[in-house]
Structure formats: C-alpha cells, structure tokens
Design a protein around this ligand. Structure first.
Ligand code: ATP
Length: 372
C-alpha cells in the first residue's frame, strides 16, 4: 500500500479547442494533491472538471503535460501502467464476454503468469469479499449491473494494488442498487485497507465514503478536507453550493447596523438575520456581500416566536423530512424541517435563522470572507 502525490500537475489536450469547462485551455490546472497511505480520497466536481483526466494520468493512460506523479516514493511519470502497481475500476465494466466471472477475475493474474493454484486461492479469497462466490461460473451477459460492478472491483483488487483508482464505479446503477453498492464499497475498503482515489460527481457518495474530499472546478482544486471540513467551512461559494443537498442558500445581502448590531437584509424582503459577532471587525454599515445559510439552519418558530413572518411558496413532503421554499426577494430560500405538519403554499410561518451558522462570501470572487 502506497500514498499518492500529485505535484503541479497540468493537462492540456491538444485537440480540445476553446472549451468553456477548460480554464486557460488546461483540463487539469496546477493540481497539488496528496492521498496518504491507506486513505480514501474522493475527487469531486461537476462534469468536465478534470477528475477522470487526473485519474487517467495517475494510471498512466494519459500523457502528463507538466508536473509529477509519485506513487509511494517512486516518480511514475515514465512508468507504464502495468508497472505502477495500481488497480483500476472504471465506470464501464469492460468484462470479457466469452469468459465466466471466475475467468474474468483471474484474467490479470493469468496474464502475469501467476501460478494456477495461487490464482485459484486469490479468486476464492476475493469472491466472498465482493459477494460473487455464487456467480463464479456465470457469463457476464447474465449479470445485473450491481453484479458486474462487483466483478469489476474484484478484478481491480485481486492484484493487491498499491493504489486503487475508481472512476464513477456506481454511475450505471440505479438508486437502490447504487446505495447498496456504496455501503459495500465502504465495507470492502475497511477490510482491504487500500489507498483509494475515487472519482465522483455525486457529493453524497463522496461525503459518505471518503476520508477526505478534493473538490475541483474547471481543472482547479478548490478545497481539500474531511467531509465535515468542506461542509462546515467551505472556502468559497462554489464548494458551499456543491456540498449539501439541497444546497446552501446563497443570497445577495446588504448588511445594516441597528442599535450597535449588524443584520443581513435582502432587497424586496422584510427578513433580517443577525450577523455573527465574529464578523463585526470585517464589515460595516452598508456592506454588500453574499450570505450563505444551510436549509437545516432555518427553523420554523412556535406561536411565541419573534421570527419574521414569511409566506410559504413551495412545500414538499419527502417522508422523513419536509422542504419548504420561501421567497426572499427574487430567490427561493429552502428550509428543511422534521416538523410533521403538512403546510401548503400561502401558509405563514415564523422564520427563525441560526444566525451563527451563516457564511459570508465576496460578491466578486465568491471567496469566503473570513472573520479576523
Ligand atoms: P466527467 O465526469 O463528465 O467524465 P470529468 O470531471 O471526469 O468529467 P474529464 O473527463 O477529465 O472531466 O474532462 C476534462 C476536460 O477535458 C473536459 O472539458 C473534456 O471535454 C476534456 N477532455 C477529456 N478528454 C479529452 C480528450 N481525449 N480530448 C480532448 N479533450 C478532452
């Protein structure tokens, strides 16, 4: 098991032209990232942000434009994929149709001329781990998506890689199978304890699986941190709105001073939210920025509440939770509640906001404004 280190890594596709998703024509733009030995690191970002390209350069399947890649202490830039000691589980299963599941799992070891008994031992060791023991004699055509993906991962880990690279391994699965497989991947990684880099555009998948998440946009690393860090302390508006479902409410605000206290105010709305005191040294009366607050931090007050009366614009009942939309100026602010009451649009609630949980973002750059 080895760690991974990406140092000032760049990728420019010669045939890419000028694409909106590529900043300065780089699909990967000065990426510096480390994945510690045994760590599970998720690369998270929207489609086209450069996740797959990063993984493919790490695997040796794509040329590096500039920069260095180390697996353990070895600089692997010039090593062939087969010499990098990696396991690959990509989104397409790419199984060999004329071979059984057993033969598919054994294939790479056979190619390496590993002893037949050793291959058999390893296949039978991995099979229960991936819950494919009952389908070892089955042909790929007869497998479900979930089974194919289990075989795919079994093929990746049978070589006992130093580093496991997974690219959207669950993307072909539907909702339930996806959730079940996510749990299985978590269990598997706990058991095999392999350094893993996992590409996904699904923030929920990254939050539930990863030790740390690297969030990328336009080929540029935005933030890397534990799920709690990126959720509670996003460095900018992009990360704040990418992590969390429904996303953080982010609205333009003008801060005003009243009786020695500062409040967020919003055009076209009576809503006033207390600005946390820790920001007092970086704001002033009339300061304009964006305010972010998570839907969980908006609350429905009881009959004695001093919260602002707000009219419900939308109401969704999702079983465990209910989502309420409130129009603040020209944006819809989402609130999540476990309150059982079935509201309807037009109902009035007393809206309370956990002011201490608000974030401030710069209007121009989108960067988080930090308290001093
Ligand atoms: P997705 O989740 O959609 O696969 P991604 O984050 O993995 O997205 P990449 O596949 O790495 O993104 O693509 C990054 C950028 O590089 C995109 O703009 C993409 O169009 C471009 N790109 C990827 N492969 C090539 C290629 N072979 N030739 C030219 N441009 C490419």
């Amino acid at each position: 098991m080895a760690g991974l280190k990406l140092v000032h890594l760049y990728k420019r596709y010669e045939n890419s032209g000028k694409k909106k998703s590529i900043q300065n024509n780089y699909a990967v733009n000065d990426l510096n990232l480390e994945c510690a030995q045994g760590e599970f690191l998720a690369l998270l970002g929207p489609s086209g942000c450069g996740k797959t390209t990063t993984l493919r350069m790490t695997a040796g399947l794509e040329d590096i434009t500039k920069g260095d890649i180390y697996i353990g202490d070895t600089r692997v830039n010039d090593l062939a994929p087969k010499d990098r000691h990696i396991g690959l589980a990509f989104e397409d299963y790419a199984m060999y149709p004329p071979m059984t599941v057993y033969e598919n799992i054994a294939f790479n070891l056979r190619a390496k001329k590993v002893d037949k008994n050793e291959i058999d031992r390893r296949v039978r060791e991995i099979a229960p781990l991936m819950q494919v023991e009952d389908i070892l004699d089955t042909m790929p055509v007869k497998l479900s998506g979930g089974q194919k993906q289990r075989v795919n991962i079994a093929r990746a880990i049978i070589r006992r890689p130093e580093l496991l690279l997974m690219d959207e391994p669950l993307s072909h699965l539907d909702g339930k199978a996806r959730q079940a497989m996510r749990v299985e991947i978590k269990r598997l990684i706990n058991e095999i304890k392999c350094t893993t880099v996992y590409v996904t555009h699904d923030q929920l998948e990254a939050m539930s699986l990863a030790d740390r998440i690297a969030i990328i946009n336009f080929g540029v690393l935005q933030q890397v941190g534990t799920p709690a860090e990126v959720y509670d302390n996003p460095v900018n508006e992009f990360v704040a709105s990418f992590i969390g479902e429904p996303p953080m409410n982010i609205m333009e605000t003008k801060i005003i001073k009243k009786d020695g206290n500062f409040f967020f105010t919003f055009e076209g709305s009576d809503l006033n939210i207390h600005v946390p005191e820790r920001y007092y040294s970086v704001i002033e009366d009339g300061f304009k920025c964006k305010m972010g607050v998570r839907p969980m931090d908006l609350l429905i007050g009881d009959e004695n509440s001093k919260g602002t009366p707000e009219r419900i614009a939308t109401f969704e009942n999702l079983g465990d939770e209910r989502r309420i939309g409130i129009r603040v100026g020209n944006t819809l602010m989402m609130l999540i509640t476990e309150n059982e009451r079935r509201y309807k649009s037009g109902d009035i609630i007393r809206l309370e906001v956990r002011g201490e949980k608000t974030h401030l973002f710069d209007l121009e750059t989108g960067n988080r404004i930090r308290e001093k």
